[in-house]
Ligand binder design. Structure first.
Ligand code: ADP
Length: 211
């Protein structure tokens, strides 16, 4: 059981996946919101039933799974639909992340939530003991996302602009990893934070053994 849970966030191509991988290599369980978002709408799930009730059964493939492409089209075109979808999925995603982290067999656990700032921040995630922001200058995010996703400069810019600002993300941070250097620096910083989190987890009141 791990009650000491770190929220990990950062803008697109800031290096969240790189950071997650490094914590995992140190034995830390990382629950990923993007994975949870797919799991909570699996066939037979309450969230999928609620989506079909709200958007109509046309939103399902003949085999009963979610037609993501169709749903994406609907919510991109209409803010109200997007809010309705989020009202169904977000609580389910939060619950799943929390459950995965709390059942983790590591001294602490990480919930990787790319859109933490956009999705209500700390108010919606009161169970996060700390928030770790991976930060990179926008010019570097831009170059990395173009290369990683093989997209043009304009689309990369739009993707960055669609997210919360760097300042808004940093305002949530208890800890910051500035990922603007060499992978070696990143590794050293992750190792430093891991030691600190292990210490904090050991003395975290809620991680005490139950009576
Ligand atoms: P995110 O998960 O935040 O979207 P990634 O971890 O996928 O970002 O990183 C984006 C891209 O930048 C990837 O191709 C990754 O390998 C590269 N990258 C991340 N950090 C560094 C670094 N310190 N040095 C070089 N390349 C990096």
């Amino acid at each position: 059981m791990s009650n000491f849970i770190i929220g990990l966030t950062g803008g697109i191509a800031s290096g969240k996946s790189e950071v997650s991988r490094r914590f995992e290599a140190l034995g830390i369980v990382v629950a990923d919101a993007d994975v949870a978002a797919r799991e909570v709408v699996a066939p037979g799930s309450p969230a999928l039933a609620a989506i079909a009730a709200h958007f109509g059964r046309d939103i399902l493939h003949p085999d009963g799974s979610l037609d993501r492409a169709r749903l994406r089209q609907i919510v991109f075109a209409c803010d109200e639909s997007r809010r309705s979808l989020e009202a169904i999925t977000h609580p389910a995603i939060r619950a799943r992340l929390r459950e995965q982290c709390e059942s983790a067999q590591s001294p602490y656990a990480i919930a990787a939530i790319p859109l933490l700032t956009e999705a209500g921040g700390r108010a919606h995630y009161p169970w996060l003991a700390r928030i770790l922001v991976v930060d990179a200058p926008e010019s570097l995010q831009h170059a990395r996302v173009m290369q990683r996703d093989d997209i043009d400069a304009e689309l990369a810019q739009r993707m960055i602009a669609a997210q919360a600002s760097r300042e808004a993300r940093l305002a949530l941070a208890d800890d910051v990893i500035v990922n603007d250097g060499q992978p070696d620096h990143l590794q050293a910083h992750v190792e430093q934070l891991d030691l600190r989190y292990r210490e904090l987890a050991a003395t975290h009141p809620r991680s005490a053994a139950p009576l």
